[in-house]
Write a protein that binds this ligand. Structure first.
Ligand code: ASP
Length: 429
């Protein structure tokens, strides 16, 4: 029989589908399964947990090895310092924009207005934020092995940077160790690729569980606050980041938007930016063309300190609580919210639900009732899905920007998908 006339089997079609399309199918089927099964969809959660555990397994060795290799491949220590400084400045800037978007939208759309809540107790005492000195001191691990064992990303970054610089300074004598790290890093990238093949199934399990757990009855009264948080997220990911890429990076933002689909889906369903690191490092290198050196440094740093989505959420949630309890906020309160939420988002770990804990800090600092936290907590997973996606997309945007400004962005990879499209158009013309 003529090969061309043979219909591909469904299995063949599935295996040829791009990963992000498979993930999309997994998501949609998950929502359908969860809605049909209701709370019983909890049964499907282990499939998701399997995937989440598999990616968590990769984080420490992947970040550590790829960062050491990133530093040894860069040689120029001053360049590294510049990349770090640039990343931090852009991270802080985008976070401030994110929280302003959150406050602005909540101010205009008033998601908490008319809920008529009353606070029964005075706001709890504000938590002590760590001092700057404490924060800086805690960056340096007493014992790098326990930092690795505990998965303390900032301490791992500091140790890996130090080790990489030291290996560079060792010259010839450092070469064998560098080769070992290069080989381990390659193996970790390969393992990431294998684990990512599980993504569509894991995401199916997670979506089914979420859709089954939060029926419409729970979501409807809080529909407005969810809507405002999601609207803010869409504005950041589809308008603000592409605009920065276009204006500051002088790049067409379309490949960025197409390229981030897979890590965005992983972030959305796992609600952990640290957990999404393997997917985002892979995406930055293979789809966005960011060099190994820049992606292995900027992304782990971003996953720990850059939380635009969390900042946006803090703004939306704080105003929501104020409106729900009929508390009038002054301009000075807005300024306090911007400052506390920016700092709180830096201190937020890239794990599920961390932003909710930090929200208590913001609420108490401005003297808002803690009961508000309880209302938000009921739907936190739904909000976490949006904010983690923004967190990860923001990190990827900064990696593109920094890569571009340092001549560490391979445009032939960045524009690859576009180029292929153009090629197809030419062929069909
Ligand atoms: N889950 C978020 C993240 O991993 C942090 C948060 O809860 O805001 O980025």
């Amino acid at each position: 029989m003529d090969q061309a006339s043979m219909k591909p089997s469904p299995k063949g079609v599935w295996s040829r589908l791009a990963l992000w399309k498979k993930i999309l199918v997994g998501m949609i089927l998950g929502v359908i399964a969860g809605s049909l099964m209701g709370p019983d969809a909890e049964l499907l959660k282990p499939i998701g947990t399997l995937f989440v555990n598999a990616i968590k397994m990769l984080i420490v060795p992947l970040v550590f090895c790829s960062l050491v290799v990133g530093v040894t491949s860069m040689q120029d220590t001053r360049k590294m310092g510049r990349i770090g400084a640039k990343s931090i400045v852009i991270y802080l800037g985008t976070t401030a924009v994110a929280i302003s978007v959150g406050l602005g939208l909540s101010h205009i759309l008033a998601p908490g207005a008319g809920l008529g809540m009353t606070a029964s107790a005075a706001a709890a005492d504000a938590k002590e934020a760590p001092t700057l000195v404490q924060t800086i001191l805690s960056l340096i691990p007493n014992n790098p092995i326990s930092a690795l064992a505990a998965g303390n990303i900032l301490q791992i970054i500091v140790f890996a940077l130090g080790l990489g610089v030291a290996l560079n300074l060792c010259g010839e004598k450092g070469k064998p160790a560098v080769q070992v790290f290069e080989s381990l890093a390659e193996a970790m990238y390969k393992l990431t690729e294998l684990v990512m093949k599980l993504a569509p199934y894991g995401i199916f399990g997670l979506m089914a569980w979420v859709a089954g757990k939060y029926g419409l009855e729970i979501l409807l009264p809080l529909f407005k606050v969810i809507g405002v948080a999601y609207l803010g997220s869409v504005i950041l990911v589809l308008l603000f980041y592409p605009a920065v890429i276009q204006v500051v990076g002088r790049l067409n933002p379309v490949p960025y938007i197409k390229g981030i689909m897979t890590p965005a889906a992983v972030a959305f369903t796992t609600t952990s930016s640290s957990g999404t690191l393997p997917a985002s490092i892979k995406c930055a290198r293979e789809d966005l063309g960011v060099s190994k050196g820049v992606s292995s440094f900027v992304l782990p740093l971003g996953a720990t300190i850059n939380m635009d989505g969390t900042a946006l959420y803090q703004g939306v949630a704080a105003l929501f609580v104020a409106q729900a309890f009929g508390i009038q906020l002054e301009f000075a309160d807005y300024v306090t919210i911007v400052m506390t939420a920016t700092l709180a988002s830096i201190g937020t770990a890239g794990v599920p639900g961390a932003g909710l804990i930090m929200l208590s800090l913001v609420l108490t600092t401005v003297g808002l009732p803690m009961e508000g936290l309880a209302i938000i907590a009921g739907i936190d997973r739904i909000l976490d899905m949006a904010r983690t996606t923004v967190n990860v997309c923001g990190d990827l945007m900064v990696s593109v920007l920094v890569g571009r400004s340092e001549g560490e962005l391979d445009e032939s990879i960045y524009y690859r998908a576009e180029g292929e499209n153009l090629k197809v158009k030419e062929e069909t013309a």
